[in-house]
Design a protein around this ligand. Sequence first.
Ligand code: RAT
Ligand code: ZN
Length: 416
Amino acid sequence: MKITDQTTLKLVIEEAVNNVEITDVHTHIYSTGFKNLLLWGIDELLTYHYLIAEFFRYSTMSYNEFFKLSKKEQANLIWETLFIQNSPVSEAQRGVLTVLAKLGLDLSTRDLESYRKYFNDMTVDEYISKVFEVAGVKEVVMTNDPFDSLEQPIWELVGNKDSRFKAALRIDPLLNQYETTYIKLQEWGYNVSRNLDEETIGEIKRFLKDWIKKTSSLYMAVSLPPTFMLPEASDRSRIIEQCIVPVCSEFNIPFAMMIGVNKLVNYDLGLAGDSLGKSNIEVVEYLCKTYSKNKFMVTMLSRENQHELAITARKFRNLMVFGCWWFLNNPSIIEEMTRIRMETLGLSFIPQHSDARVLDQLIYKWTHSRKIIEKVLIDKYNDLLVNNWIITKEEINRDVENIFGGTFWTFINKEI
Ligand code: RAT
Ligand code: ZN
């Protein structure tokens, strides 16, 4: 179907974006086999660490006192403070409302207990299917940490049985705290030492290969500080170049780098205490150039890095830019970043991931992002129409399928 006017164009784009089934390339949710690691329901939604940080903007309660409370008590306090005593206009606050509204709950009552009851009446299996359906998500990539003492035994015993959930091997401790992590590797039977001698390098590679196979990971991933540099005389630099890069190459999987987090600038806030800083784009250039047969997925946390990251992806086809990470997940910034990327890279990038930590968040993260990406697409296709470039419905569907999942899968399966 050829589209020759703006009204039809808008309707066709809206339909395509609303109906597309998403592959969410980075989340923190898990299939049911992972038991309590999968967070869901209203109390988890309200105690999301983004909201804990926002709660302390208003509250004078001590951090300690707050963290001693039960989850339900924390949720009550956050509801009262961020939703009743103040209007919930921040993106994370608005997100809770979008979830409840999309689930069909009546927000006019503001009755937290009745919302609790809705979740209590649901089994987790029913709820996973419900959330995937409402969010229009067909599959998600988890964050799988072999160093997590709760997660590790699950992989040893059960593993993942739900094909809607895919794995990604997350190796922060190996790259960011090798000085303590090597002891764990020793305990698990890998003959590593504090010094990265030849045998240790071989054993770290064996560890990585074992876990890629055990989890069927689609990519290896790490989050990194703004000071991340490479090459340099550090454990991290050596492990990346001598272990990660060759193992990723052997399995033809990308190395995903999430760059720019300053951990625990406020230690007392725990997970809510991390911040950000501007990072070095040179490190991305170095890796993409030096290891041109390797694939890299990169997202950066600072707004200031976004333009140069998009430009770097023009220079290196082995680089896939993805998502509006964490503090960038605000509508104004998502729109800006999506425009920069589309104007620079066409459709050859992954505009968004949800980063959902609570299952239910798939609903709001994707409801909000779909709308923004749709708005940018309408503008961009309109620019084509002005020049009498007649686009078809099929072409729009193809493009939308790609940016919401196809591009990721093509990159995963591609030999560079
Ligand atoms: O967005 C978040 O929830 C952060 O706490 C992090 O998990 C971040 O997304 C990460 O993957 O390190
Ligand atoms: Zn994350």
